[in-house]
Ligand binder design. Structure first.
Ligand code: HEC
Length: 142
């Protein structure tokens, strides 16, 4: 009898607590990206420390110096920062969004091409949000 009367209130407390945890974890969101439980963004996002490792893991197998010229249509060498900057600039993009972010979001409705091109793996929502925040800060080479 004790157990059955206690259970609902403990369950309720659990729901309340996990609600707080979720609210706390969703400390930032970005336009067009669902609010995931992401680690908080560094105050100043560094290209070399924060962005580059993601590109190396997810994109270099096609977009590094060794591979980019073998791509069917792309001529984007990510080892050249000026090219990363060019493709990250919304003004050089499409519908107000850079190709870099639009492609990573797989935003085909707005004419973007989903990346990675072969659909194998790819950056998660938190990594895309981080790269978008770096783009929004003007894509500095820092
Ligand atoms: C499996 C190979 C492959 C991977 C991995 C890949 N890409 Fe691409 N990428 C391509 C190809 C091929 C094109 C050219 C597509 C086209 O023009 O239709 C391209 C084009 C692009 C373009 C536009 C440049 C252009 O010439 O149209 C951007 C921006 C881009 N990729 C970003 C990324 C990002 C960011 C990643 C990592 C998240 C990534 N790609 C991973 C193959 C790849």
């Amino acid at each position: 009898m004790k157990v059955s009367t206690l259970l609902p209130s403990r369950w309720g407390l659990g729901v309340m607590l996990s609600g707080f945890v979720l609210l706390g974890a969703c400390s930032y969101t970005h336009e067009g990206i669902p609010a995931p439980a992401c680690p908080s963004l560094p105050a100043a996002i560094s290209y070399k420390t924060n962005v580059l490792p993601i590109l190396q893991d997810e994109c270099y197998r096609c977009h590094d110096t060794q591979h980019y010229q073998t791509l069917a249509l792309g001529t984007f060498n990510m080892e050249n920062f000026n090219e990363v900057k060019y493709w990250s600039t919304p003004a050089n993009g499409h519908n107000g969004q850079s190709w870099m972010i639009g492609n990573m979001l797989g935003d085909t409705n707005n004419g973007f091409k989903p990346m990675p091109y072969d659909g194998v793996h790819g950056p998660d929502a938190c990594q895309i949000a981080l790269i978008k925040a770096w783009v929004d800060a003007g894509a500095p080479n820092n």
